[in-house]
Design a protein around this ligand. Structure first.
Ligand code: DC
Length: 220
């Protein structure tokens, strides 16, 4: 039987990971958090003190690391880095490394290899447009930058590590700009994607909406 691919793209803070994980669990599919791959790459480069904006250097480093995803855990060369890749520092670095064409090429192959083995729910910025343009269902989650900053601010505050709301909003808008403006695989609404605006929806409502779309598309 053919493996099914569902993609969920959109800017940061729209709840993509949470929704994709819930969907994958319900369907019994593998969850592919592509942002975690970029984050792990950024951490690897940062740990070596290397230049995060240099394509050749990053390519060399990333060609020699091993990233494993196991449910919601992320391993870099065998070490669990699930928490250390989520800091604001690594968030900023990951959106910088994500503009580098060589890095994107390496991660494109890694992501497509996942789909050889299993049905999956992939989430990120280009999973429906570049990585899996043939996906069975494509969702694009959106929300205003203010709503996304508010959610991220509350998440960080709950972890006791909150910068100010204004700082969070600035970081989000800066990352949005880099993700949308880059020439290689920018954040776009993929062809045939269904756009869901989550600004005024809670988590349950988004899950319900996305589920309905997936059910309809898969039974078509
Ligand atoms: O989804 P996230 O916040 O964990 O992603 C971290 C960064 O990685 C984000 O700023 C942009 C980049 N990214 C990307 O360019 N393409 C993807 N498919 C996923 C993430």
């Amino acid at each position: 039987m053919k493996n099914v691919i569902i993609t969920i793209d959109g800017p940061s803070g729209t709840g993509k990971s949470t929704i994709a994980r819930i969907l994958a669990d319900k369907l019994g599919y593998t969850f592919l958090d592509s942002g975690a791959l970029y984050r792990a790459c950024a951490l690897a480069v940062d740990q070596l003190g290397a230049d995060i904006d240099n394509d050749a250097i990053c390519k060399e480093i990333i060609s020699n690391i091993k990233i494993d995803l196991d449910h919601d855990r992320v391993f870099l060369n065998g070490t669990d880095v699930s928490e250390s890749i989520r800091t604001p520092h690594v968030s900023a670095l990951s959106s910088r490394i994500a503009v580098l064409p060589s890095v994107r090429r390496l991660l494109l192959k890694l992501q497509r290899d996942f789909a050889q083995k299993t049905s999956l729910v992939a989430e990120g910025r280009d999973t429906g447009s570049v990585i899996f343009p043939q996906a069975d269902v494509k969702i694009y989650l959106d929300a205003t930058s203010q709503a996304r900053a508010q959610r991220r601010f509350l998440e960080l505050a709950a972890k006791g590590a909150a910068p100010s709301y204004t700082q969070v909003l600035n970081d989000i808008e800066e990352r949005d700009h880099r993700d949308r403006a880059r020439t290689c695989a920018p954040l776009v609404v993929p062809d045939h994607a269904v756009v869901v605006d989550t600004t005024h929806l809670n988590l349950e409502e988004v899950v319900e909406t996305v589920f309905k779309i997936v059910r309809e598309r898969l039974t078509d």
